[in-house]
Design a protein around this ligand. Sequence first.
Ligand code: FES
Length: 143
Amino acid sequence: MKRSQFIKSSCTACAMFALPGIATMLLDSCVSLPSAKVEPDYTTKTCLVPLSKFQESKLVLLRIKNFEFDFLVIKKSESAFKTLELRCTHEAQPLTMSNKNIYCASHGSIFDFEGNSLKEPANLPLKSLKTEINSTHLIIHLP
Ligand code: FES
């Protein structure tokens, strides 16, 4: 799925969830996150994200050039970060953020910010990338 299709489907999903009855569950859905676009370093199999990206938010949407799916980087503390691939473990569809969780508009799976599946049909956790920091950057180890 191309990025434009993903954005369109995500907005369509948000519109669907805004319907009465379903709105209660996802009233605070479709958050707008700060994002970072980075180039992968294929020599070291890493990408770098400036720590300054986390000044405004503990959640940053990461787009790595040539990667099909986006990633969610979560600042858990000053020295601990988690990077989750926003690819549903049910049928590999892109995931969408809400204030409370990560959900799949395709069949309704829900994941927490640790990547654990909270609602099937997806029953496997999201892929997590090894993530560490130096004095200025987050270092994300690519698969
Ligand atoms: S692809 Fe996500 S729940 Fe089916």
